[in-house]
Design a protein around this ligand. Sequence first.
Ligand code: MTE
Length: 326
Amino acid sequence: MPLYRRPNGIDLPFSSEITPQDIFESRRSFIKQIAVGAVGAGSLLQLSSGEAWAQAAGAQKLAAKANPAYVVMDKATSYKDATTYNNFYEFGSDKSDPVENAGNLKTRPWTVAIEGEVKKPMTLDIDSLLKLAPMEERIYRLRCVEGWSMVIPWIGYSLSELIKKVEPTGNARYVEFTTLADNRQMPGLRAPVLEWPYVEGLRMDEAMHPLALLSFGMYGQVLPNQSGAPVRMVLPWKYGFKSAKSIVKIRFLKDQPRTAWNIAAAREYGFYSNVNPDVDHPRWSQATERRIGEDGFFTKKRKTLMFNGYNDVASLYSGMDLKKYF
Ligand code: MTE
């Protein structure tokens, strides 16, 4: 996160995707399937983003139906980039720490407690959560507050599906996500970078918006540990840090919850944290972004779009001063 950004703003370069011959061959047969119409548009993007690479790496598949309502035409980020350049501070603060340190995270058994202002509080194990609603593949852009972005084929369902099951009371105005903080498994907890556990939150109407995805997988397979296994949020219209990884508790509240980055630096990270090119971070502009995988010394940055291009959500904030509520 920003506290560790190098003074010149340039992150370490990372290696390009390796495509061995066998993967190349499987891509060719996949392209033939596309030609005969055997796979959908989402899968086409998966292919270009290295799904075959992921499958070859022995990952566990997760079936999902591509949802054509949630597709972006930008080229998907390679699987390798998406899983080796991560922010997951519980495993360390360098971009390569999560892939190096999260390998042994125990993601089964795993439960998520749902409590607070709900008529039906419950604790669900990961298998019940996986079965709660049909799995969809959705290709979302994710924009990190640090100024980079990725395009990822996520798998999951709208958080609203889960919310409906627990029946929030009339007092539920906010949702809080608490993530795992286990000293035995997470070496990053030794560093007092954030107040642990990592906590994030949404207003109830934001949480109910269909874009808010409860995610269990990416690129046709279950989430790799460094990406937030076994269950995380993906909120594409907000800066990446709002998308909490490895969730263990979801609590419904009357009052706005405190959130990890806001506690650490309130002036820099607001509760809403909607992607907004017009509101600079106190230490840098948010007007442009670097798409991971497009790096090159002369590569032009992309313009950052209001709400990261997800204008559907604008009505959630009508009448609000988004400079004040950043
Ligand atoms: N969730 C937890 N539990 N811990 C974290 O450090 N980092 C956040 C978010 N969720 C983080 C987290 C940040 S800063 C970003 S940008 C995204 O996860 C990164 O997700 P990705 O690594 O899958 O791209």
